[in-house]
Design a protein around this ligand. Structure first.
Ligand code: ATP
Ligand code: MG
Length: 476
């Protein structure tokens, strides 16, 4: 996928923040739509109900008009009064049917068109009532309508009226308009509340997260780009805290990587010049080796060896670049004399405060790259001496060969490792000693692992520390 530049991301996040395509904008539109939909669902039955109530009120008025007829002698009233009564009801015709007697009729004597089936108020269905109301609202109903219903006074008496539909249509339209305006107000108010709530609770914190991600991506080393999480306990709070710790860890890793890269360059430069300097030292030491002086000829081979090793190491570092080690080339050799060589190169015999004990059995063999094993032991023994100086103590090396592997232990009687140092013991640049780079154990473990073995802390405490090197010992 094509990765967007941080500025592009920032711009699109800014656009989304204000436009209708943003999260809160979309929610605003959706809320209005959903509330309106809910209102329509409420509106249809209430419109049908409104129509029925309209008819019931007309039946009631018609019933009262019929009472006037009942009170009149012979059930007859003047034409004038009849028209007045009909106008009052708003009907073209009113009939009252009592069980045992004839119907009483009020009529304006105008010709009426053919009428369809009457609307019976004591027997109607919701679905039909809704459909008829829609018809009446849209003006698609017949011009006149017959309605039959029980008298509110005497339920056995049936009242029948003929109504013009135009006033009903008008009343329904007014009712619908009222409902529509009310729904619109309700949905706008609801949507605005939902919009504001979401804006405050979700969108703003999310934009803060996005800003922080975009900012971090453009300048990961800048500590100011780290998100300061809020006190929220919900999912967004969790996301904020997770993002913050991810940013902190990544920044730490980046700093460490930059550190390592710089160190790589520095090491290359130092190795280069050191190799040249050692080459001159080698010339002198070769001449010393040829000396007739017994003391000099005794020390000279050690000096020559050390210088050779140093030159090799510099050359390898330069050849293999920054951090990569060359692959080990294991060979079998006796460990005890090798240990003595390591101790001699470290000048153990000259350290008055430190007792050197080589407890490795005479016959014990290891299978390792001697150059690498030398560096591992050198680091461990140097650490042991540093941990005991200036007070002094004892460094004891021992080893066992199980046939499948060799376990070498380097033990000292120093004050032990603190908890804090133990946590990052084999990580580069995390040493706890003043003046140390914190690389020794990291390098030693890497070398041991390259052999298919390992380096571990066997035990530590106020009485001393023991490191254990494990090396495979192949059958042949
Ligand atoms: N035998 C030991 N006794 C007590 N502390 C030890 C011992 N070995 C290592 N440490 C602690 O572990 C830390 C890491 O050791 P490591 O050899 O990796 O780095 P360093 O000695 O600080 O630096 P350098 O890269 O020069 O070796 C040391 O700084 C020291 O605090
Ligand atoms: Mg060290």
């Amino acid at each position: 996928m094509h990765a967007q530049k941080p500025e592009t991301l920032k711009r699109s996040a800014g656009r989304a923040r204000h436009s209708i395509t943003g999260l809160s904008g979309r929610l605003l539109v959706l809320t209005v739509a959903f509330v309106m939909l809910a209102e329509v669902l409420i509106y249809l039955p209430s419109m049908a109900r409104f129509r029925i109530t309209y008819f019931e009120s007309k039946i009631e008025l018609a019933d009262q008009a019929a009472l006037a007829l009942l009170a009149a002698p012979d059930g007859m009233v003047s034409e004038e009064l009849e028209n007045e009564l009909l106008r009052n009801v708003g009907a073209k015709l009113v009939a009252m049917r009592r069980k045992a007697s004839n119907a009483l009729i009020l009529s304006d004597r105008q010709e009426l068109p053919m009428l369809g089936a009457p609307m019976d108020l004591s027997n109607w269905m919701w679905w039909e009532a809704i459909m008829d109301a829609v018809k009446a609202l849209t003006g698609h109903a017949d011009q006149y309508l017959r309605v039959i219903g029980p008298s509110p006074r005497e339920p056995q008496t049936r009242i029948e009226i003929v109504l013009p539909t135009a006033p009903l249509t008008k009343a329904l339209q007014e009712f619908s308009w009222r409902i529509f305006s009310m729904s619109l107000i309700i949905s706008i108010v609801t949507a605005s509340l939902v919009y504001l709530t979401l804006q405050l609770w979700l969108v703003r914190p999310m934009l803060r997260l996005i800003d922080s991600i975009v900012g971090f991506r453009s300048a990961p080393e800048d500590a100011r780009q780290t998100l300061q999480p809020s006190q929220r306990t919900d999912e967004l709070g969790l996301a904020e805290r997770e993002l913050q710790s991810m940013q902190q860890e990544l920044r730490q890793a980046l700093i460490q990587r930059a550190h390592l890269a710089q160190l790589g360059i520095a090491v290359s430069k130092i190795s280069h010049d050191l190799r040249n300097m050692l080459a001159s030292a080698q010339l002198v030491s070769d001449r010393l080796a040829a000396s007739q002086d017994p003391t000099v000829s005794q020390v000279a081979p050690r000096l020559v060896n050390s210088i050779d090793r140093a030159i090799n190491l510099c050359a390898q570092t330069l050849r293999y670049g920054k951090a990569e080690e060359r692959a080990p080339e294991p060979a079998r050799f006796a460990l005890r004399p090798f240990m003595e060589e390591v101790a001699a190169s470290l000048g153990m015999a000259d350290m008055a405060a430190i007792r050197w004990i080589n407890a490795v059995p005479d016959t014990l063999q290891v299978c390792a790259d001697s150059e690498h094993l030398y560096r591992i032991l050198n680091n461990l023994i140097r650490n042991a001496c540093q941990a005991m100086l200036p007070k002094g103590g004892e460094v004891r090396v021992s080893a066992t060969n199980t046939g499948a592997r060799v376990v070498i232990e380097v033990a000292d009687t120093g004050a032990g490792l603190s908890e804090a140092v133990q946590t990052h013991l084999f990580q580069p640049f995390r040493g706890g000693r003043d003046g140390g780079t914190g690389l020794g154990l990291a390098v030693a473990r890497e070398l041991a692992r390259a052999h298919g073995g390992d380096l571990e802390l066997a035990r530590t405490g106020p009485l001393g520390t023991t490191f254990r090197i494990i090396l495979p010992y192949p059958a042949n």
